[in-house]
Design a protein around this ligand. Structure first.
Ligand code: ZN
Length: 77
């Protein structure tokens, strides 16, 4: 079964809720920033979750195969 959920920061996020995924790690220069080096995953309704690079790559892969429709082979492991 193809999953429409992906795991980001311990949250199972439905792929269809994702608006965009950051290509570059977050950097804002704030000393107390807890998100430095993480990748922002923007959701509907002004929500964001934060992914590691590995998670980000998995999300993009999942989005691509999800958008690709139902013909592609499932390659989840
Ligand atoms: Zn920041």
């Amino acid at each position: 079964m193809r999953s429409i959920l992906c795991l980001v920061d311990d949250k199972h996020v439905p792929l269809y809720r994702i608006m965009w995924v950051s290509d570059l790690p977050h950097f804002c220069g704030h000393e107390d920033c807890e998100r430095e080096g993480e990748y922002e995953v923007r959701l509907e309704q002004d929500e964001s979750v934060w992914a590691t690079r590995e998670e980000r790559d998995q999300i993009i892969q999942a989005l691509e195969s999800w958008q690709g429709g139902i013909t592609a082979e499932d390659d989840w492991s």
